[in-house]
Design a protein around this ligand. Structure first.
Ligand SMILES: NC(=O)c1ccc[n+]([C@@H]2O[C@H](COP(=O)([O-])OP(=O)(O)OC[C@H]3O[C@@H](n4cnc5c(N)ncnc54)[C@H](OP(=O)(O)O)[C@@H]3O)[C@@H](O)[C@H]2O)c1
Length: 253
């Protein structure tokens, strides 16, 4: 048996995945791997880029990108309505897009707090609601919320982001209880630091500190986080729901 988790359950009838923030970072990696595994994939971000343009050309009929902003919660329902019209169903939702703004709470303006909660919690909840309604009509589904180790350990300057991510974990657990009866699983993936645009600003000194505190001695990669997500989409995880799976090289152990 391969040391890597098996491929996502590459379907005979293409299943449909919704991945928020699929233009860069972890979302992009997931979109690439799901498309390669035969899924139809719908994603959104605030702007198109060379990747979304290339996927649109390479996977006509199987890939859909459109502009949508987590900062506009009503856009979530509109996006899922379009996905329903285009692909007819949703089998997998990965609430991947997130917004990190680092600032001490004492100086954070209320608007910034509101925006962090809207982007990282309210909009993912609304996206989930719209997707879950479609899933109930087609025999079930799989919802994966991308949290952060900030939700389970304290770090300076990220208290509001951490609160939103911890909210997402609590949301996953309670929703798993509500949706299990519809054959819908709900889990959180809790990544540690991995290389992406979001961590591009980490100073060399902080990067060394993180590496030093991580038993495996390095930052993760988007591929490694995607491996865990694809495990949750696979047949090997069909009895897993309501859980938070930490993928962090051991930094929180
Ligand atoms: N990187 C890490 O070390 C780390 C650690 C723990 C958890 N996470 C979590 O993992 C997830 C993926 O992170 P990442 O590092 O891959 O992020 P990233 O490289 O910054 O990519 C974020 C993606 O989300 C989209 N996005 C950002 N803001 C958006 C908005 N307001 N509306 C719609 N789309 C938006 C971006 O496209 P546009 O900018 O064009 O909108 C992009 O496609 C996030 O939930 C993050 O909180 C990351």
């Amino acid at each position: 048996m391969s040391a890597l988790p098996e491929r996502s359950d590459g379907p005979a009838v293409p299943k449909v995945a919704v991945v928020s923030g699929g233009s860069r970072g972890l979302g992009r990696t997931l979109v690439e791997r799901l498309l390669a595994d035969g899924w139809r994939v719908a994603t959104f971000s605030r702007s198109a880029n060379a990747f979304t343009t290339a996927m649109t050309e390479e996977y006509p009929g199987s890939f859909h990108w459109e502009r949508a902003d987590l900062g506009e919660p009503d856009a979530m329902r509109v996006f899922v309505r379009t996905v329903g019209r285009l692909f007819g169903r949703v089998d997998l939702l990965v609430n991947n897009a997130g917004v990190l703004h680092q600032e001490l709470l004492l100086t954070t303006p209320p608007k910034q707090i509101d925006s962090l909660v809207t982007n990282n919690l309210t909009s993912p909840i609304l996206l989930t609601q719209a997707c879950a309604r479609l899933m109930t009509r087609h025999g079930g589904g799989n919802i994966i919320n991308i949290s952060s180790i900030n939700a389970i350990r304290g770090f300076r300057g990220v208290s509001v982001y951490a609160a939103a991510k911890a909210g997402l974990d609590g949301f996953s657990r309670s929703l798993a209880r509500e949706l299990g009866t519809f054959n819908i699983r709900v889990n959180s993936i809790v990544p540690g630091f991995f290389d992406s645009d979001m961590t591009a600003d980490v100073t060399e000194r902080n990067r060394e500190k993180i590496q030093h505190r991580t038993p495996l001695g390095r930052l993760g990669t988007a591929e490694e986080i995607a491996d865990a997500i694809l495990f949750l989409t696979s047949a090997r995880a069909h009895f897993v729901t309501g859980q938070s799976l930490v993928i962090d090289g051991g930094i929180t152990c």
